[in-house]
Write a protein that binds this ligand. Structure first.
Ligand SMILES: [Zn+2]
Length: 394
């Protein structure tokens, strides 16, 4: 039973009633509430409670889609959480949602460190944005963990210093970092060379791509450095902080009391100064999430001749899904070819809830080399979900 077919529901009721005098029809509740919880630094548990009609109560700690809800008023509450880096408060403590029948809504929770560790050093406006402008900087999605890892194994002490530097960057920006497990590829690769000498030098880069929606979001970074074996712990840590600053999207300032001054010195190991921190907040959690859509659920495709009918459930996303398209990708020895068959009946696939759409597809759609996905797009980008096909010729 799909929520949109009121006519079918009425018909089913008549048929059921005709089956016997005691039969009655009760439709399953079809509303949903998606609770999006931003990832936060330090593997912190972020408990969120949802209460609703008839004593409904659910406790979650990460993004969840609550299905088959009765219509009514729901209250979603989040609390302050603690981790070794400090206390984090949700930017929104409580949200009341009135769900109608066949209604699909979403709420999002982000967290920030209660008092960003502002070093008293320097001027508040001593920062510079690397790409874009202070009001529209190119930045990462601060609500999703960024992974980092060394290209080659590092001395244990260097690992520790880098871990500390990433933790300081988390506190200043609100962005969670995680060191990758062995064998896992990292979004930010760290390539350090230890060399004789009393100097350090390095480079930090942020890479970004246009998601096809006009918004450019950082998705990869690189830190490289040459570390003199006779340099102090403080100078090394200062260099790591500086390069992580570049990776997060801030750049050089003339003020030499800031970590983002072109030349680092031992005093910068104290941590990001006021100007640095204000720059990092413009590219960090305080600037808001840049989430792409949550993936579609229960995606099924039924082939009938050359018509493929796809049904799915699109969870509510923030920002909302504006378009869902059908993708066919064929990987062959010669490379990769993809097609985008148009949905029939001008289906646009916007919004959330149960969805159904049909398209005329090529005869080879069932070939093992072809992958079929649906791609949900919002203002921040696209999320693809595989379509499980049935009805293929045997
Ligand atoms: Zn630099």
């Amino acid at each position: 039973m799909r929520g949109t077919s009121h006519v079918a529901a009425t018909l089913a009721m008549v048929l059921t009633a005709a089956a016997g005098p005691t039969a009655f029809w009760q439709s399953k509740p079809e509303s949903s509430l998606t609770v999006i919880i931003a990832e936060v630094p330090g593997d912190t548990h972020t408990p969120v409670t949802i209460t609703g009609p008839d004593g409904y109560r659910v406790d979650i700690t990460k993004t969840a889609v609550l299905r088959q809800l009765e219509a009514g008023r729901y209250t979603v509450t989040a609390e302050t959480v603690s981790n070794p880096l400090g206390d984090m408060t949700p930017q929104l403590r409580e949200k009341v949602v009135d769900l109608a029948r066949n209604d699909h809504q979403g709420v999002a929770f982000t967290y920030q460190f209660e008092a960003p560790a502002l070093s008293p050093v320097g001027a508040p406006d001593a920062y510079a944005i690397q790409t874009g402008t202070p009001t529209n900087p190119v930045r990462w999605n601060p609500c999703s963990t960024i992974t980092w890892g060394p290209v080659l194994p590092l001395p244990a002490a260097e690992e520790q210093r880098l871990t500390l530097a990433f933790a300081k960057a988390s506190i200043a920006s609100g962005i969670p970092f995680r060191r990758v497990a062995p064998g896992e590829s990292a979004q930010v690769s760290v390539n350090l060379t230890m060399a004789p000498g009393d100097r350090v030098s390095g480079e930090g880069e942020m890479y970004f791509s246009d998601s096809g929606t006009g918004r450019t979001i950082a998705d990869r970074g690189q830190i490289s450095g040459v570390i003199g074996t006779e340099t102090s712990d403080e100078l090394r840590e200062a260099l790591y902080l500086h390069e992580i600053g570049h990776v997060l999207g801030i750049t050089h300032v003339p003020q030499d009391d800031q970590v983002m001054h072109e030349v680092v010195d031992e005093s910068d190991a104290k941590g990001f100064a006021i100007g640095d921190t204000n720059g990092l907040r413009l590219v960090g959690a305080a600037a808001g999430c840049l989430d792409t859509p949550l993936g579609a659920k229960e995606v099924r495709g039924t082939l009938n001749g050359s018509t493929l009918t796809v049904t799915w459930f699109q969870p509510a996303s923030q920002p909302p899904v504006v378009k869902t398209t059908l993708h066919l990708t064929n990987r062959t020895a010669l490379g990769r070819a993809s097609g985008e068959p148009a949905w029939d009946k001008r289906f646009v696939g916007a919004g959330a809830g149960p969805r159904e759409a049909s398209a005329t597809v090529p005869a080879n759609v069932c070939d093992p080399g072809i992958s079929v996905t649906i791609a949900a797009t919002n203002a921040n980008g696209t999320t693809e979900t595989p379509v499980v096909l049935s009805g293929c010729p045997k």
